[in-house]
Each structure stands twice: as C-alpha cells, then as structure tokens.
Design a binder for this molecule. Structure first.
Ligand SMILES: Nc1nc2c(ncn2[C@@H]2O[C@H](COP(=O)(O)OP(=O)(O)OP(=O)(O)O)[C@@H](O)[C@H]2O)c(=O)[nH]1
Ligand SMILES: [Mg+2]
Length: 274
C-alpha cells in the first residue's frame, strides 16, 4: 500500500464525508479507482472542477450520470465561484439525514468534517486556498486517530481537513493517459508527444473540425500527421531547408490546446463511458 493511501485511510476515520475533485472535462480519467475502496461507503460530494473549461451540456450530463444515493455532484470554477457557500450547502444537504438522526436522539449536531481528495492538478490546493484566504480558517489542532489533524473551520456547519488526499491516476488505458496529458494533469514526457497530438487531432478532426479551422485556418483532411504539417506550414515553423519543424509544431499545438485556445472541450462524454 502506498503512503498516500495509508494516510488517507487513517484520515478517513476522522471525517464524516469526502469531497472528491475531478476535472469536468475528463470525469473518468481524472478519478482514481482506488478511491471507492478508500472511502468505503462514506457520503461523497464530487466537485467537477474547471467548469469554465468544459462544455456546459456535457457537464450537466455528467452530473446526472454520477449522482446517486450516496453521491452528490456539483460543477464549479474554483478560481471564480464562491467556494465556501457552495461547499457548505452541498455538504449540509448530503449530511442532513445523519444530522436529523442525531437531533432525534437528542445529540447536538457538531460541524460536518470533510476531506478533500483527488488526483494531481484537479484543483485541491485552489479549493483549500480559497477557503483559507477567507480567514475563516482559524486552523484548530484536534487529535486525530494517530496524530493531530489540522482543520479549517469554514463556518459553524463545516470543517475541512487542511491537507488533501492525493491519489494518482491509473494509466491502464492509454486513452486515460492522453486525456490527462491534453488537459495538463501530466506534463512530463510520460507519453510520446507525437502520440498525444495524434490522439487529440483525431478527436478534433472527427468531432470539432470547426474549432481546428477557426484557430489554424487550414484545410482539413483525415490524416492527423498531415494536419499537423499544415499547421506548421501555416505558422511558418520551418527547419533548415524547407521542411516543417514537426516537433515544434506539436509542442505549440499542445500548449495552445491546454491553454484553451481552441475553446472549451469536454474530452469525455457520458455516452462513451456507459
Ligand atoms: N480555469 C480553472 N482553473 C482551475 C480551476 N481549479 C483549479 N484550476 C487551476 O488548475 C491548476 C491546478 O490546480 P491546483 O489547485 O494546484 O491542483 P491540485 O489538485 O492542488 O494539484 P496537485 O497539488 O498537483 O495535486 C492551477 O493552475 C489552478 O489555477 C477551475 O475551476 N478553473
Ligand atoms: Mg496541490
């Protein structure tokens, strides 16, 4: 078992529920399947982050698809939207049955305790910083199970563990790797640049030809290698001689894709995953 997993399992004992972050553009690829095992049957709030970067209609379908009795789903732009209000209301709704039970038994309900978790780059720090910045964060030390845990008190109803649980994505399916690379979750050369770009272009040629032509003003064809060559030619990325500098073209193209220069794209759609 990895250290991160062990830590999460320990911290799990101290929380009432889990806030799982996923990238709204790739809700399947940006989840770690181990999470179900770690959080067992604790109530869960899935926050689909980077709402501003995905397609509204697709995000709405994901919200419907992922919601069930123990899981509530919301989508957010964590950099702009009021995080505290959204989290408090969602977490309260999720925990209401338990709170009601406590009240019926004559127990005064305490604040809900939640842990934020997710794979790298989904917005864990952005969420926690947004909360901490508000200075409601009188971080209090309270003994956890084996060591002291730091909590951030958002208000009288909700406390967040100040360290998120980090999980790594799974790369069993190559498509997952491409999705993570395209959205910037992995930046290292884990996968060959050529393959990432080929995958992205195949998808764009088939599903978003207008976005490609609008950005690069080229004539499209079905061959992604030819399309990247045409993009390089258009941008005048020429090596000595008259050859197109394909490596540079691919790098620039992938950077532009990550920077949303082609617009909002939901790389995973609900139907494909059913
Ligand atoms: N546009 C947009 N950007 C976001 C959103 N949430 C996070 N980001 C950006 O995504 C990048 C990664 O966010 P982090 O909060 O650092 O992600 P993290 O989960 O803490 O990542 P690790 O620390 O690597 O595990 C940052 O550049 C954030 O500004 C969002 O909702 N919308
Ligand atoms: Mg972080």
């Amino acid at each position: 078992m990895t250290r991160a997993k062990r830590d999460m399992q320990e911290n799990m004992k101290a929380v009432d529920m889990v806030i799982e972050l996923r990238d709204c553009r790739i809700p399947e690829s940006s989840r770690n399947p181990m999470i179900d095992q770690i959080i067992q049957n604790k109530p869960r709030l899935i926050v689909l982050s980077k709402k501003d970067k995905g397609e509204a209609a697709e995000i709405e379908k994901w919200i419907q698809h992922l919601s069930n009795e123990t899981t509530t789903v919301i989508a957010m732009d964590l950099t702009k939207e009021p995080v505290i209000a959204a989290l408090t209301s969602a977490c309260q709704k999720i925990m209401q049955p338990k709170i009601d039970r406590m009240i019926r038994r004559g127990i005064r309900p305490r604040a809900i305790r939640a842990m934020v978790c997710g794979i790298p780059n989904v917005g864990k720090s952005t969420l926690i910083n947004a909360v901490a910045k508000k200075k409601i964060a009188e971080t209090a030390d309270r003994p956890g199970v084996t060591r002291s845990l730091k909590w951030m008190k958002l208000n009288k109803n909700l406390e967040l563990l100040d360290t998120p649980g980090i999980l790594w994505p799974k790369f069993e399916d190559q498509k997952v790797g491409y999705h993570l690379a395209i959205t910037g979750a992995i930046r290292d050369q884990i996968l060959p640049l050529e393959d990432i770009v080929r995958y992205a272009l195949n998808r764009l040629i088939a599903e978003y030809p207008d976005k490609l032509t609008a950005r690069y003003d080229i004539e499209l064809c079905e061959d992604p290698d030819e399309v990247i060559r045409r993009i390089g030619l258009k941008r005048n990325f020429i090596k000595s001689g008259s050859e197109v500098d394909l490596k540079r073209t691919r790098e620039v193209f992938l950077n532009e894709l990550r920077d949303d220069k082609l617009g909002s794209i939901s790389w995973e759609k609900v139907n494909e995953n059913q």
